[in-house]
Design a protein around this ligand. Structure first.
Ligand SMILES: Nc1ncnc2c1ncn2[C@@H]1O[C@H](COP(=O)(O)OP(=O)(O)OP(=O)(O)O)[C@@H](O)[C@H]1O
Ligand SMILES: [Mg+2]
Length: 436
């Protein structure tokens, strides 16, 4: 029988408590606990006891999170071992980047493994979802589609024995308990709270799609990210066919993993070995330098392309694609000052090959040598690769993940590795070795 219990629920992180606290013991926010009535018809009596009485820490040792495979090894590893029953996953990303595509594919994969899966769309009609499913080659009777923008309907459908559910998107559902229109912070909070509560009680693995704001954050209150177990972001450049799936938070595994995906007609395909995926048939011309950048635990080889040419403008151009413009300006200033070369009458263009946008400080050295190679119109030695952080005084520092990059560089067959180990190396020394 359904029973109503009164619980204090934190509106910041979603944790629940039997008594009121001024400061949430979970997230530390003040005055965020609100008294709510929850239905306990879904929890067994032993679970209710667990909710209200403390348990010894050792008890949890016998009840560790159990991962189950989604059917794709790379995705399992990326998530820290697999999916978790009752786990709540939030996927954010820019419009049109492929969120619905990836989740429909994943739903199809899970359904084909015998799990009763629901794909609830509040954005696209069932016909649109079906035609996408057809294009992706999904054909499992375990995958159910449902269109709704009402939270109550969604909850009712979810109660009918689903093991996996995708809600596309959390911004389109509205609760009739609240006045606001869909997508307002209070609606998002209510919708997410109810869905998460049900997912935990029924052990449904739940995926929520979240829109991102112009600043790149998941729209709605930040608390959405606190409430879920895992936050994923799908990123990429629409002009290029790759997508990067990142873990921003993961209660079940590491939170800095990256999965490289390729957008094909048949949907998103995992690039099993992305180590040289971003190299575009490198020809060893002047102005090109190779480097290794770290994404999670993967070292990816990328090409830095520089063009230094005479300028006919009063203020020469400085154009950077894929790295911050200020960083280019800074490195150009270091080169001018430390190597005593004049670049003030040169236009300078810099690009990361493959369409990647990177912040890794280890790229500094490759950027500098690519600029010098173009300036002197002299290609870099065959089979060479560069990484290191360049200081304002022209010294090059060892970077994080040096050993991982070194291992990968050797594995990829690079024989001329320019990267400081223990001691600082100066730009002058590197120029001398490269005969600039
Ligand atoms: N017929 C097709 N062949 C290949 N790729 C397609 C095809 N149709 C759509 N796509 C790709 O799928 C992308 C749209 O993906 P999707 O609808 O999954 O994105 P989304 O992140 O869910 O977007 P939104 O935020 O608008 O819901 C398009 O940008 C395009 O790259
Ligand atoms: Mg979509």
């Amino acid at each position: 029988m359904a029973k109503q219990k009164q619980l204090y629920i934190c509106n910041k992180c979603g944790s629940n408590f039997a008594t009121w606290f001024g400061k949430c013991p979970q997230c530390g926010e003040w005055n965020t606990l609100e008294l709510k009535s929850i239905s306990t018809k879904t929890t067994s009596s032993s679970k209710q006891e667990q909710l209200f009485s403390p348990i010894p820490i050792t008890q949890s040792f016998s009840q560790q999170e159990v991962y189950f495979s989604c059917g794709e090894k790379e995705v399992d590893l990326f998530l820290g071992g697999g999916l978790v029953k009752g786990g709540v996953y939030l996927l954010g990303g820019e419009p049109g980047i492929g969120k619905s595509t990836w989740l429909l594919q994943l739903a199809g994969l899970l359904a084909s493994r015998g799990l009763k899966t629901l794909y609830l769309s509040g954005e696209e009609s069932l016909l649109q979802v079906q035609s996408r499913g057809k294009r992706l080659g999904l054909a499992s009777d375990n995958l159910y589609l449902f269109y709704s923008t009402k939270l109550e309907e969604a909850l009712e459908v979810l109660e009918t024995g689903f093991q996996i559910a995708v809600i596309d998107s959390v911004q389109t559902l509205t609760s009739s308990k609240l006045e606001g229109v869909a997508g307002t912070p209070s609606q998002i909070r209510e919708v997410a709270l109810e869905l998460i509560g049900l997912a935990k009680a029924r052990e449904i693995t739940l995926f929520l799609v979240g829109h991102v704001t112009k600043e790149g954050l998941i729209a709605g209150p930040k608390l959405l990210e606190h409430m879920v177990d895992c936050v994923l972001y799908l990123e990429g450049d629409r002009e290029h066919f790759f997508r990067l799936l990142r873990v921003n938070k993961n209660r079940f595994g590491p939170s800095n993993e990256v999965l490289v995906l390729e957008m094909l007609e048949q949907g998103l395909r995992v690039v099993a070995d992305p180590s040289t995926f971003f190299l575009e048939g490198s020809n060893n011309l002047s102005g090109q330098a190779l480097t290794l950048t770290l994404e999670g635990h993967k070292a990816l080889a990328v090409e830095i392309q520089a063009l230094v040419s005479s300028s006919f403008l009063a203020v020469p151009r400085r154009v950077a694609q894929g790295i911050d413009q200020n960083r280019l300006n800074l490195l150009v200033a270091v080169l001018e000052k430390r190597l005593k070369i004049s670049l003030k009458d040169k236009d300078i263009y810099l690009k990361i090959g493959g369409g990647l946008s990177l912040k890794d400080p280890a790229l500094d050295l490759a950027i500098c040598v690519a600029l010098l190679s173009s300036f002197y119109d002299q290609p870099l030695p065959e089979n060479s690769i560069f990484w290191g952080e360049v200081d304002l005084n022209g010294q090059i520092r060892r970077v994080l993940g040096h050993d991982l990059r070194l291992k990968q560089a050797r594995k990829l067959g690079y024989t001329n590795i320019f990267a400081p180990q223990e001691k600082l190396v100066s730009l002058e020394d590197v120029c001398e070795q490269l005969k600039f």
